[in-house]
Design a protein around this ligand. Sequence first.
Ligand code: DMJ
Length: 646
Amino acid sequence: MLPTYRTLTPSSVRRSLRVREKFLILLLFATLAFVCFGGLFYLPDNFVNSDKVIEVYKKIQSAGPEIEEIFIPAPPISRQHHQHGIDGNENDDQLDGDKHIQNDRNRFYAKIQGDDWAAAEGGHLEKPQSKPQANDLPLMSSSMSEKRAAESPVGGVGVADAPDLQFTSIPSGEDSDPVARERRNKIREMTTFAWENYKLYAWGKNELRPLSKRAHTGSIFGSYDLGATIVDGLDTLYIMGLKQEYQEAREWIARKFSFKNMSAELSVFETNIRFVGGLLTLYAFTGDPMYKEKAQEVADKLLPAFQTPTGIPNALINLRTGYSKNYGWASGGSSILSEFGTLHLEFAYLSDVTGNPVYRERVLNIRQLLKDIPKPNGLYPNYLNPKTGKWGQQHISLGALGDSFYEYLLKAWIQSGQSDETARQMYDEAMEAIVSKIIQTSSGGLIYASDMKFDRLEHKMDHLACFSGGLFALGAATKQDQNSEKYMDIGKGITNTCHESYIRTATHLGPEAFRFNEGAEAKALRAQEKYYILRPETFESYFILWRLTHDQKYRDWGWDAVQAIEKYCRSPGGFSGIKNVYLEDPQKDDVQQSFFIAEVLKYLYLLYSDDSLLPLDEWVFNTEAHPLPVKGNPLYRQALSQTNNP
Ligand code: DMJ
C-alpha cells in the first residue's frame, strides 16, 4: 500500500515550516550549548597525557612568573612541601625560586596525570554517604560544624559502641576548668569544619585547597592520591571522639589505601612520619590488625631505600621499581640528617608489633653509624653521604634539615621505657654541643637557636625549630642531672621567643623564619620568610610546657593563636596558610596542609584537655604528632614472637 498524503494548502505549508524552523533553531542552539559547556566540562579528560597542555604550560612559564602565577598560583615557598629537604638550602633565593617552578611543574603534571591514574584505578572511594553530595550541600557553615562537634561524645570513649571495629578506651580528658572546656569545644568544631570541607572537595586526595575548593597534591606525596589527610588526621578524630568521621575514614583506609602497584616516587621521611606513624597510632589505639598490616605494607615499600653502601637510606624511593636516590641539591648526593634520623620510633615499634626485627635492625644500623662517626665539635652536620659515610657540608640546625633527628634521640629513649641508654647518651651529648655552640641570647634577652654554617653563626631561627622549646623541657623533666634546670629554662626561653615571633606580627601568627640581626628581634626580614603555612611547632611546645608546668600562660598563648587562625586562615572552604603574617589583610595560600589536622588541631585540643588524655609518661609523640605507646603501656601490643618474615 502506498502512503497517503494530506493535501497541503499554502498556509498550512507556512505553518508547518515555522514549527520546523523553530525546531531547527532550537536544535542548533542545543548543539552549540552542548559543544561549549560539554567541551569545557570534559576539558581535562580530553587532554590527559597530551603534550599540548604541557606545552601551553611551558609557554605560560616562559612568559614570566607574574603571568604564570595567574594561571597556576605558586605555593608561598618550596619548603612548604620539602620542609626538611629544602629549608636551609643555602638560603639562596634564586634556588628557592627554581624549586618553586619545579614544584609548580610537578603539581601541574600531577593534575594531568593524577586524574588519569585515579580513573584507571577506579578512582578513590566515593564520598561517604553520611553527608550530602557536593551538588546538594550548601557550604558547611560554622554552625553546622559546631552542631556536628557538639553531637560527638567527648574523647575516644565515644567510638566504643561501633560494632564492627575493635576500640579501646582512651580517657576523654575533659578539663575541670570551664574555660578550657569551652576552648576545647572550639578546637573540635574547627576540626570538624576542616574535615568536612576536605571530604566535600578533596576526599581521597592528599590535601584540600580551601579557596579553589579542589584537591591539592603536593609533590611529597609523589603526585598520587594517597588520602594523606585521612591517614594523617585520623588519630586526631579518634582522640576527639568524632565517631562518624572516624568510621568513614577507617572504611576508606581499609578499602582503598594501598601502596601496592604504585609507581610513585615518595619521600621516605614524609611517608614514614605521616603514613607509617599515623597507622601505627591507630593500631595502638584500636588493636585493629588492618592498621598494622597497612603500616607494614608501607614500611616494606621503603626498605629498598636502605640498600646503600652504609645502610643510610636515600631520601626518595620509587615504589614500583624500588630505585632510590637523593635530592640533586643536597651536598654532593647526601642524605639529610632530619630525614634518615627520623625513622627510629616508627620502625622500632613496627618490629615490636609485627615480630619482624628487620625494621629495628635498619634504624639501629643508622644509629650505630652516627654514634661511631667523628663529629665536628660534637655537632651533627645536616648532610651525610650514604655511599661514603662521610659528612657533607658542615651546616648545623635545630630547624630545617636537622630538627627531628634530635627529637628522635630523646624520644627513642622515652619509647623504650628509658632503657635505650645509647639514645639518651647521644641526645645528652648532642644537646650539650648544641647549647654551647648554637643556642644564643639576643640583645633583647630572647633565647633562640641559630643556624651554623662552617663555624659561622647565622642568627636566624626557623619556625620549624620552635618544637625545640618542648624538646629541651621534655629532656630536662625526664632526667635529673646537672643540666636539667638550665635546659628547662632554655626550653621555656625558646618557647617564649616563638611566642614573641607570633605576637610581633600584625596577624599574631608566626613567620616561617625570624632573625636576630640587622636590628631585627624575632622578626622575619625577607619576603620568603614571612608566610605561615599552618605549622604546628609552636603549639607543640605550648602543649609540652603546659603539661610540665601547668602555667596558664601557655593555654592563653595558644588561645591567642587560635583566634588568629580563625580570623586569617579560615575561609568557607576550610583553613589555609597565609602569605605574609605582617599584613593586616594577608593573602591566603590555598592549602590546608595534612599536618593541620594531624598536628595543629591535635596539640591545641590536648592543650585544653586534662593530663589524663595521652599522659607524657605513657605516650610519645612522633614528629607528626602521632602518639606511640611507651613500652609498659598496656596498649603497646607487642607481638608474642619474633620472626624474620614479614
Ligand atoms: C611536619 O610534617 C612535621 O612536624 C615535621 O617534623 C616537620 N614539620 C612539619 C610541619 O611543619
